[in-house]
Design a protein. Structure first.
Length: 254
């Protein structure tokens, strides 16, 4: 039987230094089980659950063994490794759905045609359940394939007028809305085309929780206690789409 997996998506995240884009991405990764990061600025390796990897051969060896959950941050010694990294992320995502994060894509792509490996990841990764985060400070200078195919566009304060104009066109909003953003303010367009606004906030430490109340059993015949009702509800959920059969390459090729 062909394995079934959920659709992936592209999330395009942009903002100047101090806009809060890195914090936004980290919060989005909180529940992700399989994550691979192009971590050119060495910002993820110290985060809980992440393993910092700097050697390409070590990265491939770890990914071959990692069939279940895992979080790896690849700190490259050369920007030219980005296309190779994109191929590795795509190959790993073919084994099981994953999240691929590419930080500072304006350093490794340009507004013209996407690098081959990156192009495959952003155009075909969704079919394999890969969620790709394309992160940049300079959207006007970065690859447009990711921006054009993004299901979600999250934009914070942008210092450069050309960057604001580029993103405003994709959001479908007047550039004045981006001109008005302050650091930590954001706009976001979701997959349905709705544009919302907000501000990134940081929580203070929560007080220690008190003792939990004892769990009450639902009375016989209630919805929560009826296994037939629960089974029927589970069976009614639509099955995810099957993954395509022809991979572009595998980890053994890399």
């Amino acid at each position: 039987m062909t394995a079934r997996r959920p659709d992936g998506r592209i999330v395009y995240v942009c903002g100047s230094t101090g806009s809060g884009k890195s914090e936004y991405v980290r919060r989005q990764l909180a529940g992700a089980r399989r994550v691979l990061v192009w971590d050119i600025d060495d910002e993820y390796g110290h985060l809980p659950g992440f393993v910092r990897v700097a050697d390409p051969a070590d990265l491939v060896a770890r990914l071959r063994r990692l069939t279940g959950p895992g979080r790896l941050a690849f700190v490259a010694d050369d920007l030219r490794r980005f296309d190779w990294f994109s191929r590795v992320a795509f190959a790993w995502g073919q084994l099981a759905p994953c999240v691929a994060v590419a930080e500072e894509i304006a350093d490794v792509t340009h507004p013209g045609k996407a690098p081959p490996g990156w192009g495959v990841l952003v155009r075909r990764g969704r079919k394999y359940g890969i969620v790709t985060y394309a992160v940049t400070q300079r959207p006007a200078e970065a690859d447009k394939t990711a921006l054009g195919n993004a299901a979600v566009i999250h934009v914070g304060w942008l210092a450069d007028a050309a960057d604001r104009a580029t993103v405003a066109r994709k959001l479908g909003v007047p550039v004045a809305r981006l001109d008005a953003l302050a650091p930590l303010d954001w706009l976001e367009r979701d997959a349905a085309g709705r544009v919302t606004a907000g501000r990134l906030t940081f929580r203070t430490a929560a007080p220690a929780p008190g003792p939990k109340a004892p769990r009450r059993r639902p009375p016989p015949g209630s919805r929560a206690s009826d296994p037939d009702r629960r089974a029927a509800a589970a069976a009614s959920k639509p099955a995810p789409k099957p993954a395509p059969a022809a991979p572009a390459w595998t980890l053994d090729d890399l």
